[in-house]
Design a protein around this ligand. Structure first.
Ligand code: GLP
Length: 241
């Protein structure tokens, strides 16, 4: 894994967006794997700026999001569907039909949809560049500690720490989902290139374990060390314990 340490969050966001923009320009019909959370927000802002001011063209880009809460309709403001539209899709020239996000709507047979999500990724020719954040417990997408490195898209129960961290994004009286749909660790490792982003001291321990501990299912992000083409972009505070 190559590691780039940037001085601050802004530089991390600019470096991440520059890497994604180079990949999109090199392959205009690229398939991207996209994350949510607070970490990629600056990257999305910078990509929107590049679209507006540098003509970065998303018209042929295809995307697959990494995960979604179970039990939230796409129009629920807390859903990752809503996040992606508000933070990125609605501000660039991407074709909505080219964007996919796991469907966690109440009442859907989520388990049945998981296999179809994997099929859709395969039919798109696989993910060329997958961008992923990291949870403070080392999770990637919603693959919590203990997830098999052979896992694929499935329904998962969230770790208590993940639910605790999610609270700041949910209004006081809202129910926080206990489960989610996530692509698996094998799905992530199948991507041709991976960009890992980590910002802030709250991620420093997870980053340290990812880079230094033995590769193990107890640290899901350590699986990334098994992949031949991963770059981690960190800011200073995520690099120090
Ligand atoms: C959630 C998401 C992950 C994300 C993680 C870290 O659990 N499912 O994909 O990487 O949170 O979020 P943040 O970037 O807000 O710290």
């Amino acid at each position: 894994m190559r590691v780039l340490v940037t001085p601050d969050y802004r530089t991390l966001s600019e470096e991440a967006a520059a890497l994604v923009a180079r990949a999109v320009r090199a392959k205009p019909d690229i398939t991207l794997g996209l994350p949510t959370g607070s970490t990629p927000l600056g990257m999305y802002e910078e990509l929107i700026r590049k679209h507006r001011h540098e003509g970065l063209d998303f018209s042929r880009v295809r995307t697959f999001n990494l995960d979604e809460y179970l039990g939230l309709a796409p129009d629920d403001p807390q859903s990752y569907h809503a996040y992606m539209h508000a933070r990125f899709f609605d501000h660039v020239n991407i074709a909505v039909d080219n964007t996919r996000i796991p469907d966690g709507s109440p009442g859907v047979d989520a388990n049945a949809k998981c296999g179809r999500y994997e099929d859709a990724i395969r039919n798109a020719g696989g993910i060329d560049l997958l961008i992923v954040g990291i949870g403070s417990n080392g999770h990637i997408a919603f693959n919590e500690p203990g997830s098999s490195f052979e896992s694929r898209t499935r329904v998962v129960t969230l770790a208590p720490e993940t639910i605790e961290n999610a609270k700041r994004h949910f209004p006081g009286d809202a129910d926080i989902p206990m489960s989610a749909i996530t692509i698996g660790i094998r799905t992530i490792l199948d991507a041709r290139r991976i960009l890992l982003l980590a910002s802030g001291s709250g991620k420093a321990e997870a980053v340290e374990r990812t880079l230094r501990d033995p590769v193990s299912e107890s640290v899901p992000a350590s699986a990334l060390r098994l992949h031949p083409d991963v770059i981690a972009i960190l800011d200073e505070s995520a690099r120090r314990r």
